[in-house]
Design a protein around this ligand. Sequence first.
Ligand code: GLN
Length: 288
Amino acid sequence: MNLKQLLHHFTNELIAIYDEQEIISIFNITVEHISGFNRSQLMLNADAEIEDVKYNEYLLALSRLKTGEPLQYVIGDTVFYGLTFKVSGAVLIPRPETEELVDWVIERCGSDQSKTLKNGSILDIGTGSGCIAISLKKNLDNFKVSAIDVSESALAIASENAQLNNAEINFIHADILSYKSTEMYDVIVSNPPYITMEEQKAMHKNVLENEPHLALFVSNEEPLIFYEAIAEFALRNLNENGLLCFEINEYLGKETVQMLSDKSFINIELRKDMQGKDRMVLASGMKL
Ligand code: GLN
């Protein structure tokens, strides 16, 4: 079998769950991963016989893709903020909207003239793959970056990613709902679980069946449970002029802003993502 025929095979096998354009990009990325061919090399090699070892790897990848397992888990990595991150079912696949949050944090920290933020410390709560903590560290080199997660298997992936990207991160295994610390931070950032059980019903089967529910879902009754706990933590552990930065549920922008203001945070800004959905909140101070 050659790559041209293999694309036909991928198309036949995957057409029930992906459209043709998606299959072509999945195929291209899989070929790059398994055979190391970029697009033009793929064209040049399209008629050459695929060696047995590689062919078996393609079939294995295809059998996983057929079950709806996301491509990123199948090939084992993804790109976030220009960096490569390992991913497995233990961590959420980094989303593009989270890159927008990272952008905002970097913009704020980078433009801050005060010495505190220039050499400050950052805590990422619920780090998962480590994508936020690591991309912040790579772009704000003077900052000391720590990251916590309740899942040990997520922390194992995050540590691998820190090594892979040559970023020094202090990882902490803890549950933010009960975590107490005496450490003070200048920036606290988090993309905690925020999808309610009600919204879960509308989610894509591939996400539901493969990504960690621990990283995604909250009850309908307490959709802001993590935001409240993190805000409480910030009241104790965030320096006076520090920044509190969240990715949020698009339907809970007003509620999140209100909760933060009730807890005496000031300068609260809400920002939309590229799709025009309320997606990020940043609070840059507390009433004393
Ligand atoms: N934005 C993610 C999604 O749509 C959810 C991230 C989260 O729950 N923190 O799947």
